[in-house]
Design a protein around this ligand. Structure first.
Ligand code: KG4
Ligand code: ZN
Length: 338
């Protein structure tokens, strides 16, 4: 077997396809981002996402095969994000993967999106990084796992409310920075002083591990409205210390993510961390986790930014591992939102 896997990703607002050999060698990666279509709404609109995936998925798959100079007949498997995600979006990728796999009688491989985000970081490692603590931090998820291998992950803790990326997106909206919020807030934060405001950090009770970002988001709202929740949010040009708010908010998020990740390492007795998801692009998080993990004797690995946000390389990569383990699906495969 030449170990060629086509990956297809359509769980949220990126339509992506990639061809990967042996779980590691990237032959092609094509991502069509729907950001422009959702930006005016300040977030992903599920109906628009589903329709856009329908329009783009076949051209994106074609482009990935062409870039890799691979014909459908040469594939050893077709991997697709089956869960979790927006159901109308997942269904597009799953239907296309099923049809292509059925016509060629190629194995169909269902992939869990969160596990694939972790796999993206493992692709950067020379040696197998297991067991490890995995931090998945994106627009839809913020959670810590213990991973024994690429295929065995156990949830340690997840957010009680908003995901960290969602908090970035909401605060960005308040600050008038646009969508997606992460990169915009982060750019504004570079001109601010993170210690100028002390926003709250959620601390789980009884020394437990966990995340919560809705209190932080509300604290930013109260701060911008001068302590009166019903007052209007000032226009960006009228905001006092706008960059300081961005920097202090970013610091609070990064602090929570790093503190809880290192707490999970201590609790599980593990010295290895893999990080994945769109928020893993955040330069401040990459730097602070690197420094604080180093101080605790923990090694942390991030994917390159293109493989932090949604992509199909991570789907094809993990798909290869699943194929080797015989974890393929029947033609009855269905998408699952959760
Ligand atoms: O993994 P992803 O592409 O999609 C989901 O599965 O959610 O993550 C998108 C999220 C968005 O909320 C976006 O604001 C955030 O990742 N993000 C960032 C940065 N780049 C993207 N958050 C903070 N800093 C960044 N540089
Ligand atoms: Zn994702």
């Amino acid at each position: 077997m030449s170990e060629l896997v086509l990956g297809i990703e359509s769980s949220c607002d990126e339509t992506a396809a990639a061809v990967v050999r042996g779980g590691r060698e990237v032959l092609s990666s094509v991502v069509h981002s729907q950001i422009a279509e959702h930006a005016v709404y300040g977030g992903v609109v599920p109906e628009i996402a589903g329709r856009s995936h329908l329009k783009k998925i076949l051209p994106v798959v074609d482009a990935a095969l062409e870039q890799a100079s691979i014909d459908l007949d040469e594939l050893d498997g077709i991997a697709v994000t089956q869960r979790p995600g927006l159901i109308g979006s997942l269904l597009v990728g799953v239907s296309v993967a099923k049809s292509l796999a059925f016509t060629r009688q190629t194995p169909l491989i269902p992939v869990h999106h969160i596990e694939a985000h972790v796999y993206a970081a493992s692709m950067e490692c020379e040696e197998a990084p297991y067991p490890c603590i995995a931090l998945v931090v994106s627009g839809g998820h913020t959670a810590l796992y213990r991973a024994e291998s690429a295929l065995e992950m156990t949830l340690i803790a997840s957010t009680l409310d908003d995901a960290a990326g969602e908090a970035f997106d909401k605060v960005s909206w308040l600050l008038g920075c646009g969508y997606p919020g992460g990169p915009a807030v982060s750019a504004l934060a570079r001109d601010g002083d993170p210690s100028s405001i002390r926003f709250p950090r959620y601390l789980p009770r009884d020394g437990g591990i966990g995340f919560s970002f809705s209190g932080l988001k509300t604290a930013v709202l109260y701060h911008l409205r001068g302590g009166d929740a019903l007052a209007p949010t000032p226009a960006p040009e009228d905001m006092v210390g706008r960059a300081d708010v961005a920097a202090a908010f970013e610091q609070a998020v990064v602090d929570a993510l790093v503190t809880q990740t290192l707490a999970a390492c201590r609790k599980e007795g593990i010295q290895r961390v893999l990080v994945g998801g769109g928020v893993a692009c955040n330069a401040h998080l990459r730097e602070e986790l690197g420094v604080r993990a180093g101080g605790a004797g923990v090694e942390a690995t991030f994917p390159s930014p293109a493989y932090c946000t949604d992509n199909a390389v991570m789907i094809a990569g993990l798909g290869y591992e699943l194929l080797r383990a015989g974890r393929t699906a029947s033609w009855e495969l269905d998408a699952l939102a959760r």
